[in-house]
Design a protein around this ligand. Structure first.
Ligand code: PEP
Ligand code: MG
Length: 542
């Protein structure tokens, strides 16, 4: 029987396909008393064997897809499961506390991970996340939830409570037709990912998981509808709508290669936002004139230890080369807040959005910052890289950054490593940066307005909090005035000004931004042609 749910669309489009539920890997584990402890020990060993089998399969798959270096982690995981101290700890907890295997494995995972995290050795510290991972896998098998994650084998509609950025990184994107989540917010990273992938997404959907896995589903990203087991006439209606949508997409494709020019001849740049090297293909396919925001933190989210200078250098160089001389704005690490990475060992914070994040971490831990800057400057030699700094609130911070850059350049000179003098810019995403924009413009070459964070800080609305959707008005006049003020001050100080937050892609505001004098809009690759269309339909002389 047809079931229907409603939600808030964060990206338009129609998806039709099977429903697959994403199971959190670290679900809460209950402590339960057991009578037969030996049976419980056997359950643990069986699950551990099954986990090793899964890891061997994953290793073979990764070997084919991403090469030996990246596949090696699955071998390490298999070895960890065989570790005698680990096994003894699990068995000991089961036998001495008379508890279920799930609880013993989860507790051992937590204990070992904490022990590794506190070690002096960098390599061992990096293993903290691995031991958690293997424990979650075994717990998943014991509790019948499999290894967790997304288990689809064909392109499907993904249902989840919510997805952390690190979880989205690991998804096989070719198997996702749409995201439907219970939580999340318009500017959460799942929503941003949906826009990058050009697929519909709904948040705030109060679905019930019963009898849904594997069933036919429809996501209507225009009306905010999620339909399971649709009636024949509903399915037929949506198939027609989808065909129409595809026709519209084809028309937009005709705008490829055309300039971003208004009817009265005003030209601006339309660039694209990316989170990984792979996204460059979408940038080129959608004919963006450059990359206005490369969220480099996704390089850090994708691994379980600090990415080396060499790994980063390769990634930035590849992007710069693939863009063949077009501008590539790379933002330095914006970790913290909603983007957490275990190996950074950041303290728990009650208010992480206003906490130790982004440039604050880089200025306090310059060794991390310098590694990234060295990689960026070395890569700059191979293309047209600009460097941008997130979460700036003061001129002083920019001055400190420049001192660190001077040190990095001196080192590169001493080592005879070639680099170019990159353009330097800042994200204007705090009200402080807006109100200091006149002074800041004298220090940098460009501003990029991050409306996602600027909206959250201006309206005091946490961008992760789904209960604030009615208050976080993205068109709030306070935010629009800040944008106008920033553009005016940027130009006064000789800096070009772009917008790289999600609002840049809102075509109902394109004319407003053009009238404010914005120089660049950087949007998800899938929005480039729609924004070009809006620019070409605008006449500023009227
Ligand atoms: C922003 O805050 O608008 C922005 C572009 O950065 P992020 O969404 O990565 O915080
Ligand atoms: Mg931001």
């Amino acid at each position: 029987m047809q079931k229907e749910y409603t939600g808030k669309p964060v990206f338009t489009g129609i998806a039709i396909g099977k429903v697959t539920i994403y199971h959190k890997k670290d679900s809460v584990v209950k402590r339960e008393k057991v009578d037969d402890v030996e049976a419980e020990v056997k359950r643990y060993h069986d699950a551990s064997e099954e986990a090793k089998k899964q890891l061997a399969e994953l290793h073979d798959k990764a070997l084919k897809e991403v090469g030996e270096a990246n596949a090696a982690v699955f071998e390490v995981h298999q070895m960890m499961l065989d570790d005698l101290d680990y096994q003894e700890s699990v068995e000991n907890i089961i036998r001495t506390q008379n508890v279920n295997a799930e609880f013993a494995v989860a507790t051992t995972g937590d204990n070992f991970s904490e022990m590794f995290a506190n070690m002096d050795d960098d390599y061992m510290r990096g293993r903290a996340a691995d031991v958690k991972d293997i424990s979650n896998r075994v717990v998943g098998i014991l509790s019948g939830a499999g290894a967790g994650g997304f288990t689809a084998t064909e392109p499907s509609i993904l249902l989840a409570d919510d997805l952390a950025p690190s979880e989205t990184v690991q998804l096989d994107k070719s198997l996702v037709l749409s995201f439907v989540t219970r939580h999340g917010s318009t500017n959460s990273h799942t929503a941003i990912l949906a826009r990058t992938m050009n697929i519909p997404a709904l948040i705030g959907v109060d679905f019930s998981e019963d009898d849904m896995e594997g069933h036919m589903g429809i996501v209507d990203g225009y009306e905010g509808r999620f339909i399971v087991d649709p009636d024949d006439d509903v399915l037929a209606e949506y198939k027609k709508k989808k065909e129409k949508e595809e026709e519209q997409q084809r028309l937009l494709q005709e705008l490829k290669g055309k300039p971003n020019v208004t009817k009265d001849g005003h030209v601006i740049n339309v660039f694209a936002n990316i989170g990984s090297v792979k996204d460059v293909a979408d940038v080129l396919a959608n004919d963006a004139g450059g990359i206005g925001l490369f969220r480099s933190e996704f390089l850090y989210l994708g691994c379980d230890d600090y990415p080396s200078e060499e790994d980063q250098f390769k990634a930035y160089k590849t992007v710069a080369e693939n863009m063949a001389g077009k501008k590539v704005v790379i933002r330095t690490l914006d970790i913290g807040a909603d983007k957490q990475v275990d190996y950074f060992h950041l303290d728990h914070e009650d208010n992480p959005a206003m906490g130790f994040r982004a440039i604050r971490i880089c200025l306090k831990r310059p060794e991390i910052f310098k590694t990234q800057l060295r990689a960026l400057y070395r890569a700059s030699y191979y293309g047209n890289i600009s460097i941008m700094f997130p979460m700036i609130i003061s001129v002083d911070e920019v001055k400190k950054i420049k001192e660190i850059i001077a040190e990095v350049k001196k080192e590169l000179d001493e080592q005879n490593l070639p680099y170019k003098d990159c353009e330097l810019g800042i994200m204007v995403e705090t009200p402080a940066a807006v109100w200091m924009s006149e002074e800041l413009a004298k220090e940098v070459d460009f501003f990029s307005i991050g409306t996602n964070d600027l909206t959250q800080y201006t309206l005091a609305c946490d961008r992760q909090n789904p209960n604030l959707e009615d208050f976080a008005d993205t068109h709030h006049p306070a935010v629009l005035r800040e944008i106008e003020y920033t553009i005016r001050n940027g130009h006064k100080g000789g800096a070009w000004v772009g917008i790289c937050g999600e609002l840049g892609a809102d075509t109902s505001l394109t004319e407003t931004f053009l009238r404010m004098g914005v120089d660049e809009l950087s949007v998800s690759p899938s929005r480039v042609l729609a924004v070009r269309n809006a620019i070409r339909n605008t006449d500023l002389s009227k």
